[in-house]
Every structure is written in structure tokens, then in C-alpha cells.
Design a protein around this ligand. Structure first.
Ligand SMILES: Cc1cc2nc3c(=O)[nH]c(=O)nc-3n(C[C@H](O)[C@H](O)[C@H](O)COP(=O)(O)O)c2cc1C
Length: 181
């Protein structure tokens, strides 16, 4: 089973990226988790631009990766109680490609933030967006990594907090079961 991970943060040493880096070690047997191509170079969505220039190659690459995957895990911070603009822009682009790849696609959500709520408010907005994209959004168990600064290694590259890792293991096992069903 192939699962694609999309990171909502572009920040060097992002806590959410540290989670993405750790996911391959936490997935169930028979499940591979790979980072998606970056959306950093996507232009800000503009329907006029799309009409004149078509879909940029970077957008097509991400759409193809989603299409090929059996499921997608989106791991993102919360910006101003919602979805970071870069990720929202990426989803807006993906929603406008022919043969929209999120239709019927199982998607699980994870978030990390430096505060107490671990990005929970962002997840509810992201869930709502994915409903319009006709994705099959996984429900429970949920993963919120709060106080994220204290839960990564000294290089900021991997998630080391055992209770957060266990929460992710449980979610990925249940998500893989749902994909199989
Ligand atoms: C523009 C901006 C808005 C933010 N808004 C929130 C917020 O609403 N809730 C929250 O818990 N943290 C918020 N933060 C703090 C993030 O949790 C923190 O920057 C975190 O490290 C971002 O994730 P990353 O390390 O993966 O980039 C915000 C940060 C930025 C830069």
C-alpha cells in the first residue's frame, strides 16, 4: 500500500516536516509512506492564468502523485486558526485539474503546532475543504501534536515523543485498515 504525505509547511526545520520524515517508521507492515512533490513553486491560483497557460508542471506532478497513491496523509500547521495559505492554494490548484485526483481518495489528517491545541482548528477547516473535493476523509483516531517544539530531536528532523509516535502508529494502522476495506 502506497501512502503519500503532503506537508503544509514550507519552513526549514518545520515540526510538521519532522513528522512527515518520521512517518515511514510508524506505518504498519506492508505500507510505504513517501513525501509528495513540493507545492512551493505553485503560482497563486488565478482562473485567467489557468485559461491562458494551462496547469503548471508542478501542479500536474502533485496531482499525479495523489492519483498513484492508495491514500494521502496531510500533515500541516495551523495559521491564524486555519489552513496555511500555501497549502490552501495547492488544494485550490489540485481541485481544478482534469480528472481531479482527490475524488474518492482516502485522506487522513495530522497537525503539529507550538501551542496547546496542536493545530486542531486547522483540521476542521481542512476537513471541510476536502469534503468539497470529494475525498474520503478519515475520522478517528485523530492526531494533534501540541507543544511540538518539545517533541522533536535536537536537529528538528524527527518526531521523538513516544506518546505522539504511538498516536500516529494507531492512526496509520486504522487508516490502512480503512483503505483495505
Ligand atoms: C502566520 C502564522 C500563523 C500562526 N497561527 C497559529 C495558530 O493559529 N495556531 C497555532 O497553534 N499556531 C499558530 N502559529 C504558530 C505555529 O504553530 C508555529 O509557527 C509552528 O512551528 C508552525 O509549524 P511548522 O513548524 O511545521 O512550520 C502561527 C504561525 C505563523 C507563522
Amino acid at each position: 500500500m502506497k501512502i503519500l504525505t503532503i506537508c503544509g509547511s514550507l519552513r526549514h526545520r518545520s515540526f510538521n516536516r519532522a513528522i512527515c520524515n518520521t512517518l515511514p517508521a510508524l506505518g504498519p507492515d506492508g505500507c510505504t509512506l513517501e513525501n509528495a512533490p513540493s507545492f512551493a513553486a505553485f503560482p497563486v491560483y488565478n482562473a485567467d492564468f489557468q485559461e491562458s497557460n494551462g496547469v503548471p508542471a508542478e501542479v500536474t506532478a502533485l496531482a499525479e502523485a495523489i492519483r498513484r497513491a492508495d491514500g494521502v496523509v496531510i500533515v500541516s500547521p495551523e495559521y491564524n486558526y486555519s489552513v496555511p495559505g500555501g497549502l490552501k492554494n495547492a488544494l485550490d490548484w489540485i481541485s481544478r485539474v482534469p480528472d481531479q485526483p482527490f475524488i474518492g481518495k482516502p485522506v487522513a489528517l495530522q497537525s503539529a503546532a507550538i501551542g496547546m491545541l496542536g493545530g486542531a482548528r486547522m483540521q476542521y477547516h481542512l476537513r471541510q475543504i476536502l469534503v468539497f473535493l470529494d475525498a474520503r476523509v478519515f475520522n478517528k483516531p485523530e492526531v494533534f501534536v501540541n507543544f511540538a517544539k518539545t517533541k522533536v530531536d535536537t536537529e528538528g528532523e524527527l518526531l521523538v515523543d513516544e506518546s505522539a509516535r504511538e498516536a500516529i502508529r494507531s492512526q496509520l494502522a486504522a487508516f490502512a485498515d480503512q483503505i483495505r476495506r
